[in-house]
Design a binder for this molecule. Structure first.
Ligand code: PLP
Ligand code: ZN
Length: 400
């Protein structure tokens, strides 16, 4: 589908190797790797961007068939037949005129990820991860999830004819359980939250040889999510917006977009290299990044008794906490915690004023924006992008 315009002579991916974000060690991208065995940090994917810069044309990419894989030169799959796609990516960047004017903002946008397969932006990451797993010959995948990553993994694993096993909290929205099981995944409901599920997955993976697709414990989910950064650059005519407000759980999209901006600069595709200020939004009941940011710390403490209606934000400590915080500091960004009540309020407002039924995580970005406007952290004419990371339709259990 997205490969229609691929010619045989064309280089599909400029992938080179994996590099540890902690100690810098290099690892082969032709072998199965998880995270750095020496320093337990996430591995990042490198590309030969110098060569890509000479051969890949941003305007030609624009003319390709829509979808995440039109950016295949900066994605990790070497053979087109291994791209496992359900039509993810190229989500709309919508202006929010009514919400914007009520806040005195003239350039407010939402990147609306709710139209992705399985109703959330997790589709992007899992499309990349399952595709690369297929290319590496992996046949069974396992994941701990707050919900949407499990549903997405189940769908892409089904499409790739892989076995899937999913550990999720027993109070995960029922849509996530149903979508996973109907796609043939084995779902285990855990008495606890994602961090408890992660422990069980680690044991199961080691004992039975399942490949663990946990956030940042494999290198490729972030590569799918980073394409949101490429899409934004293209939508803003090869400049970047002033502020990006991102609901942060594991931080895949935040760290991924920050990496994308580096790559875009190295590719020479940005007409203006001014970077956005990155904002992490979390829930008051689970705000490890906000707490660490306020203390100017390099890592997060594990958040005890994590609790919020925004299930995707119920992540007590990200495996990439250091990378999340680094992107906030480097971008002169900030971190904001919002209450569940303000999330519900913002969810209603987005639906009523703009027709967007956002996931609670997505609505949290509007709640945070209000706080930042109140603090005058955002100027009236700045270009601000909220991320609606999923559809409100996946959380109907919570609607009273
Ligand atoms: C997973 C998830 C998030 C958090 O995304 P990260 O990239 O892991 O920080 C936000 N919103 C929704 C709807 C999610 O499913
Ligand atoms: Zn390392």
């Amino acid at each position: 589908m997205t490969t229609k315009k691929l010619q045989v002579s064309e280089q599909i991916s400029y992938l080179t190797e994996l590099q540890c974000s902690g100690c810098g060690s290099l690892y082969s991208a032709a072998e199965v790797h998880t995270y750095c065995p020496d320093c337990q940090s996430p591995l990042l994917v490198n590309y030969d961007l110098n060569t890509a810069r000479r051969h890949v044309d941003r305007d030609e990419i624009h003319s390709r068939l829509k979808g995440m894989w039109r950016w295949h030169e900066v994605l990790p799959v070497r053979e087109a037949q291994n791209m496992v796609t359900l039509g993810e990516g190229d989500t709309p960047l919508l202006q929010l005129p009514r919400v914007g004017s009520s806040l005195g903002l003239t350039n407010l946008f939402v990147k609306d990820e709710s139209g992705n397969p399985t109703g959330s932006f997790k589709a992007r990451g899992l499309s990349a991860a399952i595709s690369k797993a297929k290319e590496l010959g992996i046949q069974k995948v396992i994941i701990p999830t707050a919900g949407n990553a499990g549903g997405a993994m189940a769908a892409y694993a089904a499409r790739a004819d892989m076995r899937a096993m999913i550990y999720m909290p027993k109070d995960t929205p029922s849509a996530n359980v149903i979508e996973s099981r109907i796609a043939g995944a084995e779902v285990i409901l855990v008495d606890g939250i994602i961090s408890d599920a992660a422990g069980m997955v680690g044991i199961k993976a080691r004992e039975e040889g399942w490949f663990d697709v946990s956030t940042f414990k494999e290198p490729y989910r972030m590569e799918g999510k980073k394409i949101m950064g490429y899409e934004l650059a293209e939508a803003f005519d090869w400049e970047l917006p002033d502020v990006i407000i991102y609901p942060t759980g594991g931080g895949t999209g935040l760290v991924g977009m920050w990496k994308a901006f580096d790559e875009l600069e190295k590719l020479g595709w940005l007409d203006n290299t001014k970077r956005p200020r990155m904002v992490s939004v979390q829930a008051e009941g689970c705000a490890p990044v906000v707490k660490a940011f306020e203390q100017k710390a390099a890592f997060c403490d594990f958040w005890i008794n994590a609790k919020t209606i925004a299930s995707g934000l119920r992540v007590p400590k990200s495996f990439a906490d250091h990378l999340i915080l680094a992107s906030l500091y480097e971008s002169s960004g900030t971190a904001v915690a919002v209450s569940d009540a303000s999330i519900t309020e913002a969810q209603k407002e987005l639906a009523k004023a703009e027709g967007i039924f956002a996931a609670p995580e997505g609505a949290a970005t509007l709640a945070a924006l209000k706080e930042l406007v109140r603090q005058r952290w955002i100027q009236p004419d700045e270009r601000v992008v909220l991320f609606n990371t999923g559809s409100g339709l996946k959380y109907l259990d919570q609607q009273g």
